[in-house]
Design a protein around this ligand. Sequence first.
Ligand code: ATP
Length: 385
Amino acid sequence: MATVRLENLRKTFDSGRLVAVDDLSISVDDGEFLTVVGPSGCGKSTTLRMIAGLERPTSGRVVIGGEDVTDTHARKRDVAMVFQNYALYPHKTVMGNMEFGLRMSTDLSKEERCERVRETAEMMDIEELLEDKPSELSGGQKQRVALGRAIVREPDVFLFDEPLSNLDAKLRTTMRTEIQRLQDELDITAIYVTHDQEEAMTMGDKIAILDDGELQQTGRPTDVYDDPANEFVGGFVGSPSMNVLDAAVTTSDDGVTLRGTRSDFEYRLPADRVPAFEGHDEVRMGIRPEDVRVAAADEAGIEATVDVVEPIGSDNYLYLDLGPEFIARVGSGVTPARGSTVRIAFDEADVHAFDARTGESLTRDRESAEVADDPAGERLERTAD
Ligand code: ATP
């Protein structure tokens, strides 16, 4: 078990022309499960490879268990990595694959190694596969073996690089739960890279969102969902994505008025919200599909035309003409006709506003933001002093 701290990590390729990871600082507590998520090419794998020692940082430090391992060879780091493509040796049996890592990383006798592999195989429910070769296994079984090979080493840190991407949806869900159960049971620090925001949100104790090599936000999944630091995070986390509308801002002693500049709507926020909007004439107003409802008869609402009604079983998605893709997620009993007008409403607490130029959130809870944005925990440590 160990903490992992990334300090101002930077990695460039192509003689510095391509910045894959830029000034990245994150800390992971002992036994914590961190998921790292972001679009393709944002630097997730490069980050993981630097932690594993497979890639050398251009600058910055990797600290595992309080020890600076930036210059330590991958084999000397007590980490085990699980890859998307399983990376099993095709000519070795499952036993051979699982035992091999132990041979490289411990001084155990062959008998002791086989015993440990058998124990792990039992825990993973793969003991009947021990004599099989990888070619005889299904994708799901291969990934269980790859996971077992990592677990048997009893590493300080687990690193997962999109391990479930090659599996079908049902198996992915099963394996998600399985990985969480094992990580929890073994209490091993884990860093899990994925491009799937749902996977990141459901699996992580903590989530880190990257874009273009830069950390956008870290925090507990619910905090990131409720209080995104910027428009990118607001749109990336949650499905369907947050609706975003361009709005002009007017403030007065009575409060804030947001008026649509590309679609016709008006929304008022009370006076205590004025300070957040001061100095901003235009904002991007965000509201999640699940926070939009059909307005009650006596409630002020925004009128919109229904473009499409999409049933998803439990709920209906109403595509409204307020924006390029403005979705209201409503109950399956709400089935307005296509082309009809509905009046929608949403709570003031669910309205997000982002700076039209920088994308930074204007409505974020500042106090929680200060703690969450201190990935290396320096503020907390300072407070403790
Ligand atoms: P994906 O989800 O598609 O795997 P990612 O978020 O894991 O993407 P990385 O693989 O870390 O992203 O890549 C980040 C950037 O660095 C990309 O622009 C990629 O092309 C570049 N890159 C990664 N490895 C190398 C390399 N060895 N040489 C040159 N460029 C690289």
